[in-house]
Design a protein around this ligand. Structure first.
Ligand SMILES: Cc1cc2nc3c(=O)[nH]c(=O)nc-3n(C[C@H](O)[C@H](O)[C@H](O)COP(=O)(O)OP(=O)(O)OC[C@H]3O[C@@H](n4cnc5c(N)ncnc54)[C@H](O)[C@@H]3O)c2cc1C
Length: 402
């Protein structure tokens, strides 16, 4: 029987809420997860699955290095459908000038103790025979992983349940009080702590949160095994991932063990529609051809779009809302939420348990983003409509892309 009051209520069963619930339940906490739709029903089933070390900022580097290490620890538990493969990543330089970016990146990774190696154009051609001849080189990061984002989310949710967490789907939270959540369909859920993991929708409940939907398009190809052998990204990607860049179309190509490829990555602040814009897809494919000249010869299986929960800084907002120690934020993971999910679970659990955090949290604290205690008031406006885009063909979401 459900307790009258849970230790922790987690809002949202995307990859962040699922990872938080798993870690807390494994530590013996009574946990309930309230999810408006299905597990992995929103952004976490629309993502690529690069679990990488990213260095857009020092804070991001510390967090993602820690995060990738936790995925390494979890690997023995991961079921095959998650398609966990250590493909390694290649950060490609498009021009000679960009080789200086590659070299700088190599130094940053070396200082952080992340194995990485600069490879020249000849070596790159051996590693990736289908990339454009004449590219000057790349940074090879052998430890980077790729997972199926939707299946990874379901795996984390299932293991939360196995550890005793209760997941209530189709249960939308209307407002967050000091001791209880009010549900849309009526009723309340009482808990000592509340963890907000509602992705890009976080401001619906807490209007002061600086989180915006940042749309990304994805192309999934039909199988062509061996065409690409690593997670490929252009090293100029960091320009587009900057939260202040209004629109970016950068090359990122991700192999799956089925021989299919996911192609990204676009970033646009264009509202909440999930409609696929054929012109954006065309630009994405054109960008890919700069690095993989005959990419267009691989037939496309399907396309879709997702909404990243973007904050002001390219790093998540983690920690108690000022003045509300019972209300813990785990939002704004933007383009690194798959990578940092397990790490977020660990850090949130350490906050709940009053432990010293595994990494310093100063760069992620709500105060840093100007948040004050007044944010947690009941929703006074109607929520935005659910995204209007058609779901990609398949079962309930664009998940299996292996
Ligand atoms: C195109 C694209 C490519 C990406 N590629 C990568 C990548 O390669 N690597 C990487 O690390 N990250 C990547 N990301 C980022 C990653 O997908 C996100 O950071 C991550 O999925 C965010 O997870 P979340 O749990 O915060 O949000 P979501 O998955 O959106 O989950 C939030 C959940 O909260 C629920 N919810 C909302 N409001 C309420 C409410 N009031 N009551 C109850 N439930 C509610 C929603 O229904 C939803 O299920 C990509 C994202 C996109 C869009």
């Amino acid at each position: 029987m459900a307790p009258a009051k849970f230790d922790v209520a987690v809002l949202g069963a995307g990859i962040i809420g699922s990872a938080v619930a798993r870690e807390l339940a494994r530590r013996g906490r009574s946990v309930v997860v309230l999810e408006a739709g299905e597990v992995a029903g929103e952004t976490s089933c629309r993502a690529m699955g690069h679990v990488g070390v990213y260095d857009d900022s020092p804070a991001q580097l510390v967090l993602t290095r820690f995060a990738r290490g936790l995925w390494d620890e979890v690997e023995p538990e991961v079921p095959s459908e998650v398609d966990f493969v250590r493909w390694g990543a290649l950060w490609l330089a498009d021009t000679e000038e960009e080789m200086s970016v590659v070299e700088h990146k190599a130094e940053v990774y070396a200082r952080a103790g992340v194995p990485a190696e600069v490879v020249d154009g000849r070596r790159l051609s051996e590693m990736e025979p289908n990339v454009r001849r004449g590219l000057p080189g790349a940074l090879w990061v052998p430890g980077d992983i790729v997972v199926d984002a939707a299946e990874a989310t379901r795996f984390l949710a299932r293991s939360a349940e196995a550890a005793g967490a209760e997941i209530r789907t189709h249960t939308r939270v209307r407002s967050i009080g000091r001791e209880a959540l009010e549900l849309d369909r009526g009723g309340r859920v009482r808990a000592d702590r509340f963890v907000v993991a509602t992705g890009w929708r976080a401001p619906e409940l807490l209007p002061s949160l600086p989180v915006r939907p940042r749309k990304g398009h994805i192309v999934l190809t039909t199988p062509r095994p061996g065409y690409v052998r690593h997670q490929l990204s252009e090293v100029g990607y960091v320009r587009g991932s900057n939260p202040r860049t209004a629109e970016a179309i950068d090359f990122s190509c991700q192999p799956r063990s089925s021989g299919r490829y996911l192609l990204g990555a676009t970033r646009q602040y264009v509202g909440t529609s999930l409609d696929v814009d054929p012109q954006v897809v065309e630009r994405l494919v054109q960008r890919a051809r700069r690095f993989l000249p005959d990419f267009h010869r691989i037939p496309v299986e399907r396309t879709w779009a997702g909404l990243r929960p973007a904050g002001p800084d390219g790093v998540p907002i983690l920690g108690p809302m000022p003045g509300r120690p019972e209300l813990i934020l785990a939002v704004a993971h933007e383009g690194i939420g798959i990578t940092t999910s397990i790490a977020t679970g660990r850090l949130v659990a350490e906050i709940v348990d009053g432990q010293t955090p595994s990494i310093p949290l100063d760069d992620f604290r709500p105060e840093k983003f100007g948040l004050r205690s007044a944010g947690a008031k009941p929703r006074a406006r109607r929520p935005p409509r659910r995204p209007t885009g058609r779901r990609p063909r398949g079962t309930g979401g664009p998940s299996p892309v292996r």
